[in-house]
Design a protein around this ligand. Structure first.
Ligand SMILES: [Zn+2]
Length: 328
């Protein structure tokens, strides 16, 4: 029997990536474009429709797809099938499901990108044997997707696993992008790490700071600190940056411990640019410190084998298995 085919869409604030794939997790075609942000609320949907038609022109098999799955950065309004006040797109509501179904006549499903990613892990990645599975992304933001007892967790608005907004600092020294203080994402995400580094440096020996490779790399201008530079300096052996990434790891371990105690997964896979670019430098400190905070048995923690395509795989899994989450 021929494999079933679907289209998976990874909708981000910067790029839209779409792929044609089969139910065994083979990706046959891929396309990427910059996300259209200025052509009205329906601009994004129109762009995805155009990209899918392009895919269908390239590969005639793409005319016989069973569904379209979309994994998107939130916040989502799953009941209305679109994005609600997205951070990077200047409209109150961006409809996706209805315009795609109307234009293409193909069942279309939308889910938060991290929930989509964990579906990819469960069906096509390291999570096949796991009924209790968590995926965590450490990227521009921090997010999670989680199965408990084989059920994908969704929540009343589709935001059941907004783990990046766990409070890990009661004193709330840093402000999160969501407007609240002390959230995990405010310290350990790509957006948060520069602020956390500046905070940490205040308590460090001024001479060590002055002579560090990190300070040289940012030309002594702390406003130029990025997550990438801190990890690069640590890779080059800078003692200050090595200590800083350990302290980032300690806070990540607190966040991971909360995930372990709340959801009791038997496997955690980790993705996102910070993880994929730095591997063990990110994962090892978490493994070292997580036992200090987790009450539950600590599961295996690994980098996702699906790499930067984890949301695409998940969007395909969503198209093939739409019943795994309750349609709102
Ligand atoms: Zn927050």
């Amino acid at each position: 029997m021929a494999n079933r085919l679907a289209v998976g869409v990874d909708l981000g604030g910067t790029n839209i990536r779409i792929a044609l794939g089969n139910d065994e997790g083979q990706i046959l075609e891929k396309l990427m474009e910059r996300t259209e942000k200025t052509k009205g609320p329906e601009g994004v949907a129109n762009q995805i429709i155009k990209m899918i038609r392009l895919l269908q022109a390239k590969d005639p098999q793409a005319k016989n797809i069973v569904g379209i799955g979309i994994g998107s950065a939130g916040p989502l309004d799953l009941k209305r099938g679109g994005l609600m006040k997205p951070t990077n797109i200047p409209y109150d509501f961006v409809p996706l499901v209805e315009p795609l179904q109307d234009a293409l006549g193909i069942p279309t499903y939308l889910l938060n990108d991290c929930s989509t990613a964990v579906m990819g892990e469960k069906h096509f990645g390291a999570g096949k044997e796991h009924e209790n599975l968590a995926y965590i992304t450490l990227s521009t933001g921090i997010g999670g997707g989680i199965y408990v007892d084989g059920h994908l967790l969704i929540g009343k608005d589709g935001n059941a696993t907004e783990i990046g907004h766990f409070t890990i600092d009661y004193d709330g020294l840093l402000l999160c992008g969501c407007g609240k203080r002390g959230h995990w994402e405010a310290y350990c995400s790509g957006n948060g790490i520069p602020n956390f580094v500046r905070l940490l440096i205040e308590d460090k020996n001024p001479e060590e700071v002055e002579t560090s490779l990190l300070l040289k790399m940012v030309e002594r201008d702390l406003s130029k600190v990025t997550a990438k530079k801190v990890y690069e300096a640590a890779k080059a052996g800078d003692p200050l940056s090595t200590r800083i990434i350990e302290e980032i790891g300690v806070l990540n371990a607190v966040g991971f411990a909360c995930v372990i105690d709340a959801y009791d997964p038997s496997l955690i896979t980790v993705g996102g640019a910070i993880t994929l670019n730095n591997g063990d430098l990110v994962i090892d400190p978490i493994k070292r410190h997580v036992k200090e905070h987790a009450r539950n048995r600590v599961p295996e923690i690994i980098v996702t084998p699906l790499g930067g395509d984890v949301v695409i795989y998940g969007a395909l899994a969503l198209a093939f298995h739409p019943n795994e989450w309750k349609q709102m």
